[in-house]
Design a protein around this ligand. Structure first.
Ligand code: AVI
Length: 314
């Protein structure tokens, strides 16, 4: 389970989101223990093609991608919830990588990666870095003799607004430029028809609805709130203007909820915006990356052209 900042900070963030004109909750609050388990189930749903498409891409192209890394590089994975995607590159590029550095805010997830890797890949040193990768980051001194090959799979970048993508890509460029020319491989879900996108975020079994509603249970637990989950319903909509899927929780009636002693009024039909999932075209994402000082070094897709992986050169 990802570790959260201290509760008072989160409560301030929650209250500021719930008192804005368009109510919001921070998407990081999806991932308590129940939320992580629900997300696991989402990745196996027939409608949610994203994870399968990325795995198919890696099954086909991991060798070519790994070959782009300088020999002896450390593979630095941002937001490493588990090592499965990094392992595709490590196994495909045994000549290339001499270390694996998963970066995440959750020490528990990193410890579990270290333990599994010790058994599955004993020859590859694992150098975990507990850090909020959205903030500027420096690699430890043990990296000074290695080139670093950045890896950000999973389309997590799709959950960032364009300003945040710009900031993140700028930080990564600064972090990785210490040793040699920076390189970053980043996975992005590609733009596609609404008829495919909406069911991916509103599946027939209702798992995504449970995932979305679970954020309210998490807020109840950490911010002394009294959300009644039965008073809200899951909504998933395609925002064509912004090029993103949005998840909302819609209030089924006029109601008042108390959060950490503050009363928050909801109109019937009013929503809490809980998540954005941008679907970037190849060109659109490259333009964002170029704005942050990167250029293209390669691009791969899965056989169905659903998911893309960019190699960015700094
Ligand atoms: C984690 N992230 C890439 C997922 C996505 O597709 O944006 C989160 C998710 N939300 C609903 N379903 C999956």
């Amino acid at each position: 389970m990802p570790d959260m900042p201290t509760p008072p900070d989160v409560t301030v963030e929650i209250l500021s989101g719930l008192t804005a004109r368009q109510k919001t909750l921070p998407a990081k609050l999806f991932y308590d223990e129940a939320g992580c388990a629900l997300f696991e189930r989402i990745t196996r749903l027939p409608e949610y093609y994203v994870t399968r498409a990325e795995n198919a891409l890696l099954a086909r192209h991991a060798g070519e991608i790994a070959e782009k890394a300088p020999i002896g590089a450390a593979l630095v994975e941002y937001g490493a919830a588990d090592e499965s995607k990094a392992v595709s590159l490590l196994d495909a590029g045994t000549r290339a990588f001499t270390a694996y550095a998963p970066v995440d805010i959750a020490p528990g997830a990193l410890a579990a990666i270290v333990a599994r890797m010790r058994i599955s890949h004993p020859a590859i040193p694992v150098l975990p870095l507990v850090a909020d990768f959205l903030q500027p980051l420096s690699l430890p001194a043990s990296f000074s003799d290695k080139a670093a090959f950045g890896f950000f799979p999973g389309s997590t970048i799709g959950n960032f607004r364009p300003e945040a993508v710009h900031r993140f890509l700028g930080h990564v460029r600064d972090t990785l430029s210490g040793q040699a020319a920076p390189m970053l491989v980043v996975g992005t879900d590609l733009r596609k028809d609404e008829s495919v996108l909406v069911p991916a975020y509103d599946d027939a079994e209702g798992v995504t609805a449970q995932f979305n509603l679970n954020i309210l249970s998490h807020v109840n637990a950490i911010a002394g709130a009294d959300f009644d989950l039965a008073g809200f319903r899951h909504r998933a909509l395609w925002n064509a203007h912004e090029g993103r899927m949005e998840m909302h929780l819609e209030s089924l009636s006029a109601q008042t909820v108390t959060v950490s002693g503050t009363r928050i009024a909801f109109r019937r039909g009013e929503t809490i915006h809980t998540e954005d999932s941008y679907k970037h075209t190849r060109e659109g994402f490259l333009a964002l990356a170029q704005g942050a000082g990167w250029r293209s070094g390669g691009f791969w897709t899965d056989p169905d052209g659903l998911f893309g992986m960019h190699l960015l050169l700094g």
